[in-house]
Design a protein. Sequence first.
Length: 426
Amino acid sequence: MSSEEPEPYGFNFLVGVMNGALFMFGVAFMSPTTVLPHFINNFTDSRVIVGMSSFLHVGCWCLPQVFAAAWIERFPRKKKFYLIGCLGRLSFTCTGLWLLSRLHATEPMLGLVLFIGFYGLGMVMGGLAGLSFFNIVAGAIPAHRRAAFFSARFIAGGCFMTLIAGFVVKSVLKQSEGFDMNNYLFLFSLGIGLMGAGMSVMLLIRERPVEVTERRSIFSGLWNAPELLRSDPRLRRLLTCRLLSMFSRMCWPFFIILATDELGLDESFVGLSMIVQTTGAFFGNISSGLLANRLGNRFIIRACSVLEILTALYAGIAGAWLLLPGQALVPETVKLIILPTFFLMGLAWHADFVGGTSYLLDFAPEERRPTYVGILNTTMGFGSLAPALAGFMSGQIGLIGVFFMSALFGVAGLWNSLKLATSKSG
């Protein structure tokens, strides 16, 4: 252990990984790319609403952070805000789930609207927890260890535990031939319980307080954002790359819709797609952790742009071929053809997070980290509206057209990533 590393680094590393394993295990049962879009699709024919499921998970989590950042900066310790945010997320999600369970038999659309509303509020509170989490990690984990830390968290939670969740989802949904509300109530309740367990573990982390040199108003993050963007070209370029990345992923919630609605695969395919996506995430995390240490976080961001392009292109080409008139393929063959889409998506999903977040923490000033993270995540929040746009565009150009449009955004993102400046990690 180097002299630069704080004394409890090993303990904090272990606690953070355990937190990630449990929390991501729970999140997997409400996956925004498979389970949640497919669940909402059973209540409505509107693909705009289906696309909004991704916004709920990402956008509601990201958008408020620029406001919360200045407030959190006032305090040397952030753990209490993590606790408040997590409790709020779990409470609102539980309330929405309870209302849905009470209303789904008599007023299904009202139940869905209330569930979506409370789930969105829960994700807003989750954004407060996430902002606090990143600032806790920035002080608890040394800069040269953060990529490995995030990679280890995602291997434990986003890979191994999510893989188990995929088998559970597949098994539960396979019990009925069609949509069964009770199956989803069970899966969502299980997810909420596991997220609560992950939150409890995170409270054990030994936080290093940050010296507060200035107390800013709650709106200062919003007012200061234009000046920070003008004065820091690294932040400006990273925001552009992440925004384009969000638009290159706008088609992701619709891969499962293509498989089940357009190609006629059964409910259990939702679990199978999670398993394949998680397998891709495993390889993505292993490689991103190793490559980030050797080649730097810029390389990871660029590699993810390439993967986003390949994912959308493969889905578009495979989907167009499978939907050709006269195709008479058996379901098992259709699965084999469409599953690589989910593998590629898994490769890009968490590796991008490892590279992008670590790159930001490399150059963000310590006393302004909450504001930098808040600006980045709020920008991503606006970008997360892209799937709703994709849902609207699917009515004009079809799902295949949306896939190819996403690939074009990926090309633009790759071009911008080539202009990223060197950071501490390379």
